[in-house]
Design a protein around this ligand. Sequence first.
Ligand code: ADP
Length: 639
Amino acid sequence: MAKKQFKAESRRLLDMMINSIYTHQEIFLRELISNASDAIDKLCFLSLTDDRVGMTREDFFIRLRADEENRTLTVSDNGIGMTAEELEKNLGVIAKSGTRAFRSEQDAGELEKADLDVIGQFGVGFYSAFMVASEVVVISRAYGSEDANRWESRGTDGYTVTPCRKETVGTDVILTLKPDTEEERYSDYLASWKLKELVKKYSDYVRWPIRMDVETTRKIDTGETDENGVPKMDWETVTEEQTVNSMIPLWQRSRREATDEECIAFYRESFHDSEDPVAVIRVNAEGAVSYRCLLFIPARAPYDFYTREYQPGLRLYSNGVMIMDKCPDLLPDCFRFVRGVVDSPDLSLNISREMLQHDRQLKLIANNLEKKIKAELAKVMENDREKYEKFFAAFGTQLKYGVVADYGMRRELLTDLLVYWSADREKLISLKEYAAVMPESQQYIYYAAADSVQRAARLPQTEQVRARGYDILCFDQDVDEFVAEILGTYEGKQLRNVVSQDLGLESDEEKAEAEKAAEANRALLDFVKDKVGDRVHSVRLSNKLKNHAVCLSSEGEITLEMEKYFHTIPGADTGAMKAVRVLELNAEHPAVRKLDRARTEDPERAAAMAMVLLYQAELAAGLLPEDPAAYGDLVCSLF
Ligand code: ADP
């Protein structure tokens, strides 16, 4: 029978596996056991609603069998099994869209960290078998099927699937171990002490019994007696099947019985992340509803986090039986990045998806978890800022969306978890930290928005605010200004965009003076407005500028940054979503004074100067001229 080839990505991955990307090749056993356990979970769950399965919880187990003569190690389970199609689909390809991330051309031998990360994310569980095996055979019979199939592969050269017989439903994974070398003793994986050690180390909490033959020596009575009449004893070695794992899931153990390290190892394995989480949250609640949970806050976003494909949710168990792999109703959207397990004996096992949503107990749990997650994040922010910034880089956007979503319903929960770039301190700070050092005189919390924080910090409109010693929060994401609108105020102070007309900087006297100056410059302002035409709504003297000649501001609800954002949304009514532009002039600036003089001396030149100033204001606001060449010509005409 012709060998089928692995899909390209799988092949590449396989090459990497075989070249031993994992420093600990021994994890192959953990991976196979974990697959076996998942398969049993599936059939066990089915058995709750389908009598035809004919099995109870006690019937399920995983078995390890070593055959020294044939140099094989077999991992068997009586779980759900796989059909021929599933063998193809699951083991013939490491499918899933994410493998696209793989296409960077690199030598399989020289692995970059990025590669390892990708592998971590997808979990190459099954393939790790090739780290220790020269050949892998999978014999599987799916639940509900009379036939079985044999999948067989020696690694990168491809695989075959052929029909075969198997008495019982489930899967046997048979590894033929590689020959021992000077560095590697693969035959260790045939020794019961070694297998036992590995199960203890990596798979102790697996909820199904992992059985294997273990040799034990015991005293036996020979039936004879010595000269003093004392029975003669002897030692004999017997092989008996034992369950080698404790089967108590991590989340059912106390803090003392399960260290953070163990929890983190569990996280990395179960949720396919090669990086440690930024926080581990354990909850053991008793009361109206009892539950235990073990939650993790990842340090980085999975490749598909900000796409529709990402499925949020926590793994839900009822007394150790998995009800659902990803129960989304336990997490508010703003915390959809949290992974973990919730186990409650109070939940009914055969509850349907639809009913779960309305489940009162589930709602109670969800409400509590929301508070716990928030508290944990606040703790990380307080105690380990570097870690928090890493977290925020990955999921800050999600928190911001969370503030804006549902008309700001969760704004209270999230406000203090936000951090923004401080123009003054040049680092990320919270609103609390901003407010803590505000001078008495400061009326507003200022922010500036642009497409990068550096640009925001350099907007001309920031000059007067900074000159008074007031800090500015720099926004660089579309969602930021909407967040500011939803927040409205923080500790009684209004958040205010530096492009707003009123920045609360001037005293009444200064305001009166400004009005006088505006009157004095009326002719100049009218002239400029006349020349620049409809590109701006009005032209004013500025109260924001110090060293710059002009800036472009907006009036009303929609700012220039929002307008830019609306223009990126396909099908948005861009006509309606337009910022009302205001060109602001710095009356003190030499360029503006020159323009004023030119108005009477050389009106044509003055008109060109006015246009150049408009272009400048637009550029500073991040708006590119529609006709850059025309702008260039205009500038040259002034030489
Ligand atoms: P992962 O476990 O991360 O999905 P694997 O490569 O380990 O990746 O396994 C791929 C798929 O093959 C699994 O998702 C599962 O559907 C199937 N599979 C693997 N081992 C078994 C098994 N022992 N019984 C049933 N299905 C299995």
